[in-house]
Write a protein that binds this ligand. Structure first.
Ligand SMILES: N[C@@H](CCC(=O)N[C@@H](CS)C(=O)NCC(=O)O)C(=O)O
Length: 321
């Protein structure tokens, strides 16, 4: 991680643990919002008006948080307005690195080698982990935001005048329910799999795995319609999807969340396939980056060997995902 703008030590996957060995994720620190006219958003400062070609999204295709921003960019038809840079799926000793892998880009802005250079460009004395996604303002040359939950929300509304869309992923009438379900899905499932994978005590692992499968069971029960809120696709579906699509291919093995697979849940499997079939979504899912990335986490898999299965995941590879 960076301390006072300097890279301090070799990259380690566990960001922080509590006294019982539970994985603790870092809180994001750049929290400005793009808005239609540059007025301040719910957090941070103003001055970030929606403009075509002004902002760049840095992502890793292995990363579920980055992927949710990427999916929303697609679904809202913002590809032409917001260019994307994809990092190498394999974390280096200095965190995310640019280029050097099929489907990974060089940094087009500053020719940076590591993602942490993007952070020190934003704040020369930055302390923390250099995470993706990052939304960068190429006009002011500053970081707008590095929290995917915020990025998802601003992409839902800020560019409406430039790219009109009927899709509203966080509609007012569902806001409270979306927030409540997001909280459970984040804690037990999205971050729950990481808590299982990076637990440093049996107790922390057991607790996390119990939460993961309790949440999956609950979602399976709930899914009587096409989406979690009936027939309307919302950001909650995108949040669930990014973990479901990685589950059998990566988490079930590398994070040991192996009580069941998504393939064992009929409704969740159909739901995942439904979202994958939405226009543009399949293009954001890169099974090679996902499996290569997770299975190269040295602390969990020192040899870096990628498993050949499970078999049903091969179909996703073969479909070009
Ligand atoms: N709160 C952030 C979390 C992002 C995050 O943890 N990203 C991981 C990849 S999945 C990362 O970049 N980790 C690099 C590191 O911790 O050094 C968000 O949702 O945007």
């Amino acid at each position: 991680m960076l301390v006072d703008g300097k890279w301090m030590e070799n990259w380690k996957p566990v960001q922080k643990a509590d006294e019982k060995g539970r994985f603790v994720r870092q809180v994001s620190s750049f929290r400005n919002w793009i808005t239609p006219d540059g007025a301040p958003g719910p957090t941070g400062e103003g001055g970030f008006a929606a403009e075509a070609g002004r902002y760049r999204l840095y992502v890793a295709l292995i990363c579920p948080w980055a992927s949710r921003a990427l999916i929303v960019r697609k679904l809202k038809g913002l590809d032409a307005l917001i260019p994307v840079t994809v990092v190498n799926p394999v974390l280096s000793d200095q965190g995310w690195i640019f280029g050097g892998y099929s489907g990974a880009d060089e940094d087009p802005l500053s020719g940076a080698r590591y993602m942490h250079e993007i952070y020190t460009r934003a704040d020369a004395r930055f302390t923390g982990r250099a995470t993706v996604p990052v939304l960068w303002d190429m006009k002011r040359d500053v970081m707008v935001n590095n929290e995917s939950a915020d990025i998802v929300r601003m992409l839902d509304t800020a560019f409406e005048h430039l790219a009109p869309s009927d899709l509203r992923l966080y509609p007012d009438d569902l806001a409270a329910e979306i927030d409540a379900l997001n909280r459970c899905i984040y804690d037990l499932l999205n971050n729950g799999v990481y808590k299982a994978g990076f637990a440093s005590s049996q107790m922390a692992y057991d607790e996390a795995v119990e939460g993961v499968f309790a949440m999956l069971d609950e979602l399976e029960e709930r899914l009587t319609g096409d989406y979690l809120f009936g027939d309307r696709l919302t950001e909650t579906d995108i949040r669930a999807f990014v973990t479901l699509i990685r589950f059998d291919a990566a988490y079930h093995g590398i994070f040991k969340t192996n009580l069941r697979q998504i393939a064992d849940y009929p409704r969740l499997s159909a739901y995942m396939a439904r979202i994958l079939a939405l226009p543009g979504v399949a293009g954001t899912v890169n099974m090679d980056h996902i499996t290569r990335g997770y299975y190269s986490i040295k602390a969990l898999n020192p040899t870096g060997i990628r498993p050949v299965g499970p078999k049903h995941i091969r179909a996703l590879f073969d479909a070009g995902n």
